[in-house]
Every structure is written in structure tokens, then in C-alpha cells.
Ligand binder design. Structure first.
Ligand code: TYM
Length: 339
């Protein structure tokens, strides 16, 4: 297949040490599919993780974990540029510029900041890294002038803010420096529900199903998942629609006839939750078998990941520094004294 010249950019924050199936189906899988048809730039947002992680050992572990996860899941370094944010200083440099093209009022309306306000204490204790996070994210995106940003639903507001910043910037200088990026978000899988059946699957909510954890951990996560709350006994007819265990079956189980059979037995009150979950666990193990094996190989030889990141940093720096220079020239930071 030939690649279009439509550039794609996306990132992931190493706020946990491993990806979950929400990250995978909502963002990583669509990103990996785009490798075949577009020019793709993907990165691990290590500087973003500082908003929540101030323990260096944890941060180091998370960074390595997320890089290995991506490679194990199918990131192909011959097809994508894969790099870490801190290896490309232009991300931090452009952030300093972009903050001047967005208002304090708009920043205050960002979800991440508002959620934190509701959950914890007052504004007084929110770190500025969290408040400014969407500006760094806008810099991450705009440096690569992408056509689209494949992400989950929870990132939509950030991509929209990025468009606002780009628009303000272009208008101010009457020049199309930044094309406006499109959020590429799937209707079906842009927001995978967690095992609590209520909220978005998220590490911080403890409602995840992992990909690379030990089998016993994954089994426990699956077995403790919420199902149909109105069903008391296996002989009660159950509801399949909106039932997270069946949603996961639809995503993971390659044996479609087994899924259909389980659904009809569930509706008829002819199968217990335990059997449905056991089959889900078996399907999970089949689905991720190759990725899990690949990750073990990568863990044993970190040189492979190091080489990928070094090459990614080289290519990303090339692109990003050209954009930064264009921005500096546009705003008047580069002038006759630099010639
Ligand atoms: P992060 O690391 O929280 O999540 C990584 C990706 O996974 C998606 N995702 C989900 N999708 C569907 N259902 C879920 N339950 C679910 N949970 C997570 C997220 O939407 C995301 O696409 N700020 C970003 C990282 C970032 C970035 C960027 C992304 C930094 N700079 C520039 C794009 C472009 C974040 O924290 O994602």
C-alpha cells in the first residue's frame, strides 16, 4: 500500500508502567494501523508524566515499560518515527512561545484541571505543570504540522485547544504556519469503559485490564469485572448490551461464533458469569500471545529499544527544529543579529 503524505502524530504519557486494553483499542491499535497508509510520528511523553510522578525510580520504570509495550504491540520503526519527548528540546521551546496565544480563561476550562479541582482541594495546590499541560501538548502536536491526531475521546478537548492556539497564531501573523490538526477519534472505541462498568478505563481509577501483566493479575482483573447488575443467578436472563464483559469479548475474542453462542445463552439465562469471564481470559491470552512473547524478548535486550529511540530522536529533531526556526522567524525572535 502506498503512503499518503498526510502526516499523523500522537503520544502517550508513561503515567503507569504498562498499557491497558483501553489505551490499546482506543488509541494504540488505530495508530498502528495508520503506519501502513500515512507518515506517522509517535512519541512517549516523558515530560508530561511529571504532572503526577515525582519518584525517579517509578518514572524510569514507567518510561521503559511504555516504550517496550509499544514496540511489542507492533510499532514498526521502519514505518514510524518513534521517539521520546525529552530527546527533542523543541517541544519545551515551542511551549514557551505558544502560551502567549491562549487565554487564562480558556486554560481554566480544561477538563484535566477542572477534574483535579473537583477531586482534591482548591486551586492553591494544583501544580503549574498540570495547568500548563495542554500547552505542552499543543507544542507536541504543532511541531510536526500533522493532518490528524489519533487519540481517545478524553483527549478531544486538548486537540481542540491546540486548534485554537494554531488559529490565533496564524491570524496574528497572517501566515499559515500551522495547519489545523483533526482529532481522529473512533465513535465505537474512543472511550472504552472500565471493569467497574461506570467510568472510562483508567489506571488512576483502578478499573483496568492490562496487557502485559502476569496471567494471575489479568485473570483477577477479568474475574472481578462488573457484568449485568440486575442478574442475581445464572438462570436469570441477562443483558448483553452495555455489559462490559461482552464489550471486551467483542474486542478481544477472535472466535466470533463462541461470542455469539455465549451472548444467546446469556440472554436465555443459560450460562454463568464465571464461564463468560473464563472464556474472556482465554481469548485475552490468545489475542496478546505474540505481543507478550515479543515484549519478553525486548526486555532481555534493551539495545533494540535504545536504537529505535536514538534513530527516532534524530528524525524527530530534524522536523521539529525546522518548525521551531520557522516560528522564531515568524514572530521576530530571529532577526538581523542572527544572520
Ligand atoms: P494517555 O497516556 O492518558 O493515553 C494514551 C492514549 O490512550 C487513550 N485512552 C483511551 N482510549 C479509549 N478508552 C479509554 N478508556 C482510554 N484511556 C486512554 C487516550 O485518549 C490517549 O489517546 N495527553 C496524552 C498524551 C499526549 C498526546 C500528545 C497525545 C501528550 N502529548 C500529543 C496526542 C498528541 C495522554 O495523557 O494520553
Amino acid at each position: 500500500m502506498t503512503k499518503t503524505n498526510k502526516r499523523i502524530l500522537s503520544g502517550i504519557t508513561p503515567s503507569g508502567n504498562s498499557l491497558h486494553i483501553g489505551n490499546y483499542f482506543g488509541a494504540v491499535k488505530p495508530q498502528l494501523e495508520l503506519q501502513h497508509t500515512a507518515e506517522t510520528y509517535y512519541f512517549m511523553a516523558d515530560l508530561h508524566a511529571l504532572t503526577t510522578i515525582h519518584d525517579r525510580d517509578v518514572l524510569e520504570k514507567n518510561i521503559t515499560g511504555v516504550v517496550l509495550d509499544y514496540l511489542a504491540l507492533g510499532l514498526d520503526p521502519d514505518k514510524s518515527v518513534f521517539f521520546r519527548q525529552s530527546d527533542v528540546p523543541a517541544h519545551s521551546q515551542l511551549m514557551v512561545v505558544l502560551g502567549n496565544y491562549i487565554s487564562y480563561g480558556q486554560m481554566q476550562r480544561m477538563h484535566a484541571f477542572k477534574d483535579k479541582l473537583q477531586k482534591d482541594v482548591g486551586e492553591e495546590s494544583i501544580n503549574m505543570g498540570l495547568f500548563n499541560y495542554p500547552i505542552l501538548m499543543a507544542a507536541d502536536i504543532l511541531l510536526y504540522k500533522p493532518y490528524g491526531v489519533p487519540v481517545g475521546e478524553d483527549q478531544r478537548q486538548h486537540v481542540e485547544l491546540t486548534r485554537d492556539m494554531a488559529e490565533n497564531f496564524n491570524k496574528t501573523y497572517k501566515k499559515e504556519v500551522f495547519p489545523l490538526p483533526e482529532p481522529l477519534i473512533s465513535k465505537e472505541v474512543g472511550k472504552i469503559v472500565g471493569t467497574d462498568g461506570q467510568r472510562k478505563m483508567s489506571k488512576s481509577l483502578g478499573n483496568t485490564i492490562g496487557i502485559f501483566e502476569d496471567e494471575a493479575v489479568i485473570r483477577k482483573q477479568i474475574m472481578s469485572s462488573f457484568t449485568d447488575p440486575n442478574r442475581k443467578k445464572a438462570t436469570d436472563p441477562g443483558t448483553v448490551e452495555g455489559n462490559p464483559v461482552f464489550l471486551y469479548h467483542d474486542l478481544l475474542n477472535d472466535d466470533k461464533s463462541e461470542v455469539e453462542e455465549l451472548k444467546s445463552r446469556y440472554r436465555a439465562g443459560k450460562v454463568g458469569d464465571v464461564e463468560v469471564k473464563e472464556r474472556l481470559f482465554a481469548a485475552h491470552q490468545r489475542y496478546f500471545a505474540a505481543a507478550r512473547a515479543k515484549r519478553k524478548e525486548l526486555e532481555a535486550n534493551l539495545d533494540i529499544a535504545r536504537d529505535v529511540l536514538a534513530e527516532g530522536a534524530r528524525k524527530a529533531n530534524q522536523f521539529a527544529s525546522t518548525t521551531l526556526l520557522e516560528v522564531y522567524e515568524t514572530i521576530g525572535i530571529r532577526n538581523a543579529l542572527n544572520k
